[in-house]
Write a protein that binds this ligand. Structure first.
Ligand code: MLT
Length: 268
C-alpha cells in the first residue's frame, strides 16, 4: 500500500480470475489480459476504427443486444465461433472496412468473463491489454500514477502461459515506477525474461495449452498477431458499459486491409 515509506503506487499481478477477489481492485486500474485472443482482437477492432466494443458475459446476452441495437455480434467458446453467432474472435475479422464506425458486441470464454468479474468487484477503472497494445498500456499506467492490478484471464480459472508472459512484459518495462511486493509479479517477469527473445517458439516448446488448441484449429496467424508488440498500439478503456479508444500516447498506422490473414472458417 502507498505510504510515506512507499511513495510509489503499488502493482500486483493476478494469475487467475478465481483470485481477483484477493486484490485491491477498488483502488486500482485493472488491466484485463487475454492475449489469445480477446484483448488482442479488441485492440485490433478499436485500432481499425470500431466505435466501441461491448463485452458481454453470455451468448444469450450477445444475441439479445444484436436484436435490440444496430451492432455486430460476435463470440467464441473454446476457441471456436460460438453457436448462434456468425463472427468469432479472430483479429483478422475486424478490418477497417468491416468495423470502422460500428459497435461490436463480443463474448468470449475467459476475457469478457473476467472483465465482468472486475466490474462486480467494483474495479476503480478498467483497461484492456495484450502484446498488440503493450506500449499504450505501459504509458497509460505510468502516467496515471495509480495502483495497478494486472489481471490474467487464464483458461477457465487455470493459470496460462501467454497472459502471465504479457504481465511479465509490462512489469519488465515499468517496474521502476511501482512498488511491487507480489510473488505472482516476480513469477511473471522471470517467465517473460526466459521467453522475450521469441515468445512464439517459447510457447510452442512449453506446450502452452491454448496455443496448441488454436494451432490445431489452423489459427497460427492469429497467434502470431496476438504476440506481436504494438501492432495495434491503441489505449482501450472501459467507459459507460463499453470499451472505447482512450487517448493513445503514440499514433500508429491503420492495421491491415480486407483479406489479410486467415479467417476462423479457413477462408483466405
Ligand atoms: C478467451 O476468452 O478465452 C479467448 O479469447 C479465447 C479465444 O479467443 O480463443
Amino acid at each position: 500500500m502507498r505510504s510515506s515509506k512507499n511513495p510509489l503506487p503499488e502493482l500486483t499481478t493476478c494469475l487467475s480470475p478465481a483470485l481477483l477477489h484477493t486484490h485491491d481492485v477498488c483502488n486500482s486500474i485493472v488491466v484485463i489480459i487475454d492475449v489469445l485472443r480477446a484483448t488482442s482482437t479488441i485492440a485490433a477492432a478499436i485500432k481499425n476504427g470500431a466505435k466501441s466494443v461491448i463485452p458481454v458475459d453470455s451468448i444469450a446476452d450477445c444475441i439479445k443486444l444484436g436484436n435490440q441495437m444496430e451492432v455486430i455480434t460476435a463470440g467464441e467458446r473454446d476457441g471456436k465461433i460460438a453457436e448462434g453467432l456468425t463472427y468469432g474472435n479472430t483479429p483478422f475479422q475486424y478490418t477497417e472496412e468491416f468495423i470502422k464506425g460500428k459497435t461490436l458486441v463480443l463474448t468470449t470464454t475467459n476475457g469478457t468473463k473476467l472483465l465482468h468479474i472486475a466490474l462486480a468487484e467494483n474495479a476503480k477503472s478498467i483497461i484492456t491489454g495484450s502484446f498488440p497494445n503493450l506500449s499504450a498500456v505501459c504509458e497509460y499506467v505510468v502516467l496515471q500514477k495509480q495502483n495497478v492490478v494486472l489481471a490474467c484471464a487464464a483458461w477457465k480459472d487455470k493459470v496460462n502461459i501467454e497472459d502471465t508472459l504479457f504481465a511479465g512484459a509490462i512489469i519488465n518495462r515499468i517496474k521502476e515506477h511501482f512498488f511491487i511486493n507480489c510473488d505472482s509479479s516476480q513469477i511473471a517477469e522471470s517467465l517473460y525474461n526466459q521467453a522475450s527473445e521469441d515468445v512464439f517458439t517459447f510457447m510452442e516448446m512449453k506446450n502452452a495449452s491454448h496455443f496448441h488448441r488454436l494451432i490445431n484449429f489452423g489459427l497460427e496467424n492469429d497467434i502470431r498477431f496476438c504476440l506481436t508488440e504494438d501492432i495495434a498500439n491503441v489505449l482501450v478503456i472501459y467507459k459507460d458499459g463499453r470499451l472505447v479508444k482512450g487517448s493513445s500516447p503514440r499514433p500508429s498506422p491503420i492495421l491491415f486491409t480486407e483479406g489479410e490473414g486467415k479467417g476462423e472458417d479457413g477462408s483466405e
